[in-house]
Design a protein around this ligand. Sequence first.
Ligand SMILES: [Fe+2]
Ligand SMILES: [Fe+2]
Length: 262
Amino acid sequence: MLSAKSLFQEILDNDASFRLFCSIAASGEAQGGWENGRIAALVPQSERALAPKIARHGADEDKHGRIFHALLRKRGLAPVPVPPDTDYTMLLERHGIGLTHDKLTADRPLTVADIVTYLAHSRVTEQRASEQMRLLRRHFADHPDIGRAVRMISNDEDNHLAYCHEELLRLAHAGHGRAIQRVLRECALAEIRIYRDVSLAVMTHMGRVLRWSRLRNALLAAGIHALYAWERAVGWRRMVTLEMPERRDALGGPAPKAAEFA
Ligand SMILES: [Fe+2]
Ligand SMILES: [Fe+2]
């Protein structure tokens, strides 16, 4: 049977595939944490009120990175290097999505246009993160080893997505609507391609580790291409809408103290 649940169960049950999964996840989260930390430090004066929320966003992603490392440690495993073709955040940056490394490492304040780019990029990638974590939560919320981590990260990703909607709507009302729509569209169309490529790469690496048959590899690749075809035709539109979220000010206030998994 090829369901998301059975597939992930298989990855979870094998040390080598679990190690690869957690290493890839931890590295993406840590990269997100670093980026948000830099953006928080470079927020322009006119958007100063955003700085603590961006810092909180970064702190959450750093926490997620630590959680994936803790899951590895709990099983007596060490992280492995992330294969470059599975590095979602690096590939997005390389395709010009989001703010460049140069901008983030320079010590010049960002512009409001940069903040629009950051939020639009996050609106798209947090939608992906939120959907993926909801999928894991649906099947593994009560899992003895990863259930707690999955529930916590999923709740955080929902917060991040709500925050992006709210802040982008605020900026749209302040006159940045056209720029927001343009960047959202660019980001979404690039993201769905990169997500397809990364999914194919991850499945290839997992297939090697788990010795999947050629038929199984072919079926999974066909599934990934079918998802891309749907996203390219209609699905991408779900990533560019803006709606006032039920959770307002989702990243307001200090990060709640979470008992960590280490
Ligand atoms: Fe995260
Ligand atoms: Fe996130």
